[in-house]
Design a protein around this ligand. Sequence first.
Ligand code: MF3
Ligand code: CO
Ligand code: CO
Length: 332
Amino acid sequence: MKMLTGKRPPAQLPNTNDPCWCDSGQKYKKCHKEADNAYLREERRLLEENRIRKGKVGPQREVPEHIARPEYLKNPGGEPAEGNGRLVRTAEELVRMRKAGAAAAKVLRLAGEAVRPGVTTDQLDAIAHQAAIDLGAYPSPLGYRGFPKSICSSPNEVICHGIPDSRALLDGDIVNLDITVFLNGVHGDTNATFLVGNVDDDSRRLVDVTRECMMRGIKAIKPGRPVSDIGRAIEAHADEHGYGVVRSYCGHAIGDVFHGELQIPHYFDARANTKMEVGMTFTVEPMITMGTFDCYLWDDEWTVVTRDLRRTAQFEHTIVVTETGAEILTKE
Ligand code: MF3
Ligand code: CO
Ligand code: CO
């Protein structure tokens, strides 16, 4: 996107007769008010002009017969059955979850290595789809609740659940690739935001801080503590940078079930009082926004974008709670 000239006004603008935010001592209306409005008007015009538009979604990719399918594919609409609510994994399940996690991490790396200006998100879907199959894994999104593709690809203002399509990535974009695979009866779920070519400093900072938010959330994991500690740590770090934390989508329990009942908010919510226990597996996947955390859903019923069209980033790991903290399962 073309660069705006001048300084972005603060998120909270003064009242017209109050002192200007720039500490000139002048009234706001005599100082920055006009320049701020011009800046915000131009920013809005650029965001609207450059917003992500839906491309063409190609046909569903095939998965060879010998690869085991998750249970929801047997149900109409790919609707998962009610979860059984079991949160703690057996040692044997954890062995399988490490393998599924490593497979997801490898697929994410391979898809991420293919990110460059000109590549379409559907080409990234093809790469990830093949990589999962090569590992003997099923790409969990494919057919989940009717999702038509094998991964989620979410550029710029797309918060999550973007559908890979014919849109080519542009120099300066950021793009989140979210990979889930089903291997040996369990899921591994991980995502990362990648830079496309030369990316502006503000977007790079957003991506760096979002990765830090995920890691701070993971570091807050301790058996005996409520899961709300995770969101508290994430939100504190996002606040420090003036960023928003998406509230409408959360981390989730994961195992033989893709999305277990337990939710992990990425902001502080005192109601998230489930105590962490050794052997619990869930995801930490904060979505952090430059502006508002308010969401808007496209009419494809999947693609979630920021209401103000400003950029957003996400990172995700699947973890298991240990005696001392957490072990990341989605690593190679
Ligand atoms: N991988 C996403 C998550 O982190 C879920 C994607 S569901 C899909 O929970 F249907 F959109 F693929
Ligand atoms: Co995911
Ligand atoms: Co997830």
